[in-house]
Ligand binder design. Structure first.
Ligand code: GLN
Length: 319
């Protein structure tokens, strides 16, 4: 899936060149989508059109650059793990948050129970299901879904975010693996909240309706150190943003995080709804929608597009 590119010979800060490269990335992404398929383990997700593809790149000044399906709403899925982590850091603090969840990548699938049962009592990190469920348990003691939704809207700079009821129902009816995780956490005595209340909050957060634009805005908020660049409002402390970006880099793309880090090198988080949110230095946010997924559960088109952007615009964090 990944390919290698020549180093660019043009000025990677020239707006016209940036626009041209984003269009190429969009074309590559749309083409690569043919190699993937929509998730079906949550029945409602199987209804997505696998041919859909859209990309939005947004900086703090000027209009966003958009191509394709950027307004269409879809469920945020695992990208909500970034919001849950940000809320935990903001409302509970670093020390309390990481007393109950680790910071290490697992190399296992996002919904794996293996290491949680055999290696560590605490979930490895907040970007896998076990870790995000653990954080949802902590949050469920201090806020309700309405308050977390308000935070999600501020974090994505998008007041249009709402609960997708159909996805929420589909998830709660079929989410037995997540049910297993919450009860495993309870059996180990590490779960911080009531198991059913915890799961309900986790499922609701996975079912938020976003679009590629809201994901680009999330990436932009992270690029702006937690401040909304349009209103000046501080949403999350800059010190916490560094923690969030680090975990996105090391754990944000499930068990593809290592290869993605080498080949793309942009702190990103994906979801099985087909979204990817990326954040580039202090420059801009990138949001992608492509519900055709690769075998690891990441948007096939999204990865192709982000790899193209990263190489041509030299966006790798270590470039
Ligand atoms: N709601 C999904 C689940 O819990 C989220 C997974 C994902 O996007 N990787 O299985």
């Amino acid at each position: 899936m990944y390919s290698t590119y020549e180093q660019p010979e043009f000025d990677v800060h020239d707006p016209a060149e940036i626009r041209r490269v984003i269009y190429e990335a969009y074309c590559n992404g749309k083409e690569a989508a043919a190699n993937g398929r929509a998730a079906d383990y949550i029945p409602e997700l199987a209804k997505a059109d696998p041919g859909d593809f859209g990309i939005c790149v947004m900086g703090a000044e000027g209009d966003p650059i958009v191509f394709g399906e950027v307004e269409k709403r879809f469920s945020i899925q695992s990208i909500s793990k970034v919001i849950n982590l940000a809320a935990a850091l903001k409302f509970l603090g670093f020390r309390e948050t990481f007393s109950h969840v680790g910071m290490e990548p697992t190399g296992d699938a996002f919904n794996s129970i293996l290491k949680l049962d055999t290696v560590s009592d605490l979930p490895f990190n907040p970007m896998i299901n076990a870790g995000a469920i653990q954080i949802a348990g902590m949050l469920s003691n201090v806020m309700d879904f309405g308050e977390l939704l308000d935070f999600a809207r501020a974090f994505c700079m998008d007041d249009g975010i709402a609960l997708n009821e159909a996805v929420y129902r589909s998830e709660s009816e079929t989410g037995d693996r997540n049910r297993a995780i919450v009860y495993l956490l309870k059996s180990k005595g590490v779960l911080q909240g009531d198991p059913e209340k915890t799961l309900d909050l986790y499922f609701r957060m996975c079912s938020l309706n976003v679009n590629a634009r809201s994901l680009a805005q999330m990436g932009l908020l992270l690029a702006c150190d937690g401040q909304n660049p349009f209103t000046g409002r501080h949403i999350v402390h800059p010190g916490y943003i560094r923690t969030i970006k680090s975990l996105m880099f090391t754990c944000g793309m499930y068990d593809e995080s290592g290869e993605y880090g080498v080949r793309v090198g942009i702190p990103s988080k994906s979801g099985v709804g087909g979204g990817i949110a990326g954040t580039v230095g202090h420059r801009f946010g990138i949001g992608v929608y492509g519900p055709a997924l690769n075998k690891k559960g990441n948007s096939a088109g999204g990865i192709a597009a982000l790899e193209h952007l990263s190489h041509l615009l030299k966006l790798n964090a270590f470039s």
